[in-house]
Design a protein around this ligand. Structure first.
Ligand SMILES: [Zn+2]
Ligand SMILES: [Zn+2]
Length: 272
């Protein structure tokens, strides 16, 4: 891979060719070095804050890669998006962002599968070797800050009961959470996660590709829509309509659940 890039120039002058050709180069290097602290900082760039859940995702990702014995793939210039590693996350908590940042499997590159079961587990499938590993958290992280009584009390209020707390308490909780998330980075993964390895049958490549990008224009709002997702109204001269203009509800991930909702349902949810 490196050799084929020699002499190549980046068309983004501010980026070195090795970074332009693999924008995830820095993360790949941090994973190779096992630099948990810098990986956590990277993950927080995506997630928006430091927290224990994010650390769970970062650590689960690192353990899964280690157990699978694979390195993060480099970008393959012959493919639009690299799909070598498929990540399956079983929750849409902070955990999922740790996985997206470290593994590079995201909603947009179609190598992320989300199963709405609220379980702290990650399954990593290596399409090349047809091997997979599943890491499941079996006990909550512990650390000096996590064991602090005040932290436990605020955790129950803010995270379990989802209560609104006074600003001072919220700030105190935030700063303890920041500290705890860094403390847990050095915990031994194998004590907190169960590892299961298995072989996979041939992976159906088609299933993991995004929908084919064939644009059609919604006859009502003018928005561009992927043809396979548009609604065709035969009675109105075979025109295409987006789901909203066709009055159809669509599957959506909304915080606590996956539901079939319309655009007006979203407005209703926001008012709630
Ligand atoms: Zn978080
Ligand atoms: Zn429309």
């Amino acid at each position: 891979m490196e050799a084929s890039r020699e002499g190549q120039e980046s068309i983004v002058p501010e980026l070195e060719p090795r970074i332009f050709y693999n924008p995830r180069y820095e993360i790949n290097e941090l994973v190779k070095r096992g630099d948990m602290r810098k990986l956590m900082i990277k993950a927080a760039e995506l997630h928006g804050h430091f927290c224990i859940g994010l650390a769970m995702g970062v650590k689960a990702s690192m353990l899964a890669l280690k157990e699978l014995g694979v390195e993060l793939p480099e970008r393959d210039v012959t493919e639009h998006v690299r799909h070598e590693l498929i990540a399956v996350v079983d929750n849409n908590l902070c955990f999922a962002d740790g996985v997206q940042m470290i593994i590079g499997a995201t909603l947009g590159n179609n190598s992320l599968v989300f199963r709405d079961m609220g379980k702290i587990s990650l399954t990593l499938i290596d399409k090349k070797s047809k091997r997979a590993v599943r890491v499941t958290m079996i006990k909550p992280f512990t650390s000096p800050t996590i064991e602090n009584e005040k932290f436990q009390e605020l955790f129950r209020k803010v995270m379990v009961r989802r209560e609104q707390v006074p600003k001072k308490e919220a700030e105190a909780f935030r700063s303890m959470m920041d500290r705890a998330s860094l403390e847990v980075l050095s915990l031994p993964e194998n004590e907190y996660f169960k590892v299961e390895k298995f072989e996979v049958e041939d992976v159906n490549d088609e299933a993991f590709k995004g929908p084919s990008v064939q644009w059609v224009k919604c006859a009502h709002c003018g928005g561009l829509v992927i043809e396979s997702k548009a609604f065709k109204k035969e009675d109105q001269g075979k025109k295409y309509y987006c789901a909203d203009c066709a009055g159809e509800k669509v599957y959506s991930v909304v915080g606590r659940k996956i539901d079939k909702i319309s655009l007006s349902d979203i407005a209703r949810l926001i008012r709630m």
